[in-house]
Design a protein around this ligand. Structure first.
Ligand code: FES
Ligand SMILES: [Fe+2]
Length: 461
């Protein structure tokens, strides 16, 4: 059906016949194999490729960015990420034997080191130079916090390994790794994080309450670009408190999210995150979410999180995997069901985006501009200042700011939200992470005190 005819049908009902054609996906943003624009963009960053706990004494076959790989741990406890098929005649190294140094192919015993060098070709004559004549495909690997990361880009452009400020705060923060399998394209999973309004509906009004009651109220929201991605800012009224929340998208595929079970019934200053998540493309139509769940008394004061439920294809909040019975997922759908059912690759040309989709559109633009080289990601201030951590902007802040009859509450929410954001951004100039946090908390307390002084908020809001 011609496009013209489809649009002509806008005034009529029963237009299924005009609307049945499904155009192709946005290949520039969604195709991730070798030599594709998005695939090459993704390869300039570190990605988790496995849980440490999934790589024991046996190698693990994985597929990442359309490449078949094997992840293994040799007997010296070094982790290797190699092209899966043996350079000799192609047997999969998932059947290989981890050795004191590297992994040995099961078929003819060739021995590969973690960097791809061929250490032995035992069937060849002793004077054979075969093993020195080439190197097997390998990628640099790092094991951190129970996740195995790999860098799959040009070896001379390897980036600094990112360490987020959120890992270290509060002092007793515990990071628990987990993974989730989603049979759909990476982008629709990642853009969910910059769609804060879905939480009002999917997680609150239309389903069982997935988290807490305050999520059901419609926030005032805005989106802001950062040097290396973007973040949203939402402000909700919860009784006499304002709950100000920011979640961040960091290029290429990272999201950090504040608390899950926020009640917003007492003041909180710069509470940090419950989730750090990478959406790692397996190929164009499958993805792994690899995440770190943060457990501490600030982000989850009622201790509703369950560390023991976090692991392989499992996390401790509802609707994140496809393992529930189908009817249960239909009655109480979660993020997994909403995202996977957008089609294997969501078709942007069929969408009718509205005002709540500004963040999704911004995320797509940022990714596209970076892929095209029109935007160069800026190293976050914390790293640029020589710190060991990257400053990020995901948080929950709750301030006591009672509503007032003489002020438009939506304007108050917007104004206080912006002031909170400015206070947090002002911490960028402080190179010590602890001092930064102390300064931010001080600023937030001042905002709260000022907002409760009638004259101040009236004149400035
Ligand atoms: S196929 Fe691997 S050693 Fe022969
Ligand atoms: Fe969600």
């Amino acid at each position: 059906m011609a496009v013209q005819e489809q649009s002509r049908s806008g005034d009529n009902a029963y237009v299924g016949d005009y609307r049945r054609n499904v155009p192709g996906e946005d290949a520039e943003l969604t195709h991730v194999g070798p030599n594709t624009p998005c695939g090459e963009f993704m390869r300039r960053y570190w990605h988790p490729v496995a849980l440490s706990s999934d790589v024991s004494d046996l190698p693990l076959a994985v597929r990442i960015l359309g490449e078949d790989l094997v992840v293994f741990r040799d007997k010296a406890n070094r982790v290797g990420v190699l092209h899966r098929h043996c350079s000799h005649r192609g047997t999969s190294l998932e059947y290989g034997i981890p050795s004191d140094q590297g992994i040995r192919c099961c078929y003819h015993g060739w021995l590969f080191d973690v960097d791809g060098r061929i250490l032995e070709t035992p069937g060849e004559p002793p004077d054979s130079r075969l093993k020195d004549s080439f190197v097997h495909g390998a990628y640099p690997a790092e094991e951190r916090h129970g996740l195995i990361f790999a860098y799959m880009g040009p070896p001379d452009e390897i980036p600094e390994f990112p360490v987020f400020d959120t890992y270290l705060t509060p002092a007793n923060n515990r990071l628990i790794p987990y993974s989730l399998w989603q049979p759909c394209n990476w982008l629709q999973i990642r853009e969910n994080g910059m769609d804060p309004i879905h939480a009002v509906f999917l997680h609150s009004r239309l389903t069982e309450v997935h988290f807490t009651e305050p999520w059901a109220s419609m926030p005032v929201y805005e989106f802001f670009e950062t040097g290396d991605g973007m973040h949203y800012l939402t402000t909700r009224r919860v009784g006499e408190f304002l709950w100000i929340r920011s979640a961040q998208f960091t290029l290429p595929n990272i999201g950090q999210t504040g608390g899950l079970w926020e009640e917003a019934t007492e003041s909180k200053y710069f509470g940090r995150v419950s989730l750090t998540r990478w959406v790692v493309p397996v190929d164009d139509t499958n993805s792994w979410i690899f995440g770190l769940r943060h457990f501490n008394d600030v982000v989850d004061p009622e201790h509703q999180g369950r560390e023991e439920e976090c692991g392989h294809d499992s996390v401790d909040f509802v609707g994140q995997d496809g393992n529930r019975p189908y009817a249960e997922r239909q009655r109480n759908p979660g993020d997994w069901d909403a995202q996977v059912s957008q089609r294997p690759i969501a078709v942007h040309d069929l969408e009718h985006r509205g005002s709540t989709d500004v963040g999704v559109a911004m995320l797509r633009r940022i990714v596209r501009e970076t892929i095209r080289g029109e935007k160069t990601p800026v190293i976050p201030t914390g790293m640029a200042a020589g710190n060991e951590v990257m400053y990020t902007y995901s948080y929950d802040t709750v301030l006591r700011v009672p509503a007032r009859d003489d002020l438009d509450d939506e304007e108050v929410q917007r104004e206080v939200g912006r002031r909170v954001m400015e206070a947090i951004k002002s911490g960028d100039a402080v190179s010590d992470a602890e001092a930064r946090e102390a300064q931010i908390v001080e600023c937030l307390k001042e905002i709260e005190a000022g907002a409760s002084r009638r004259s101040e908020i009236k004149s400035e809001a």
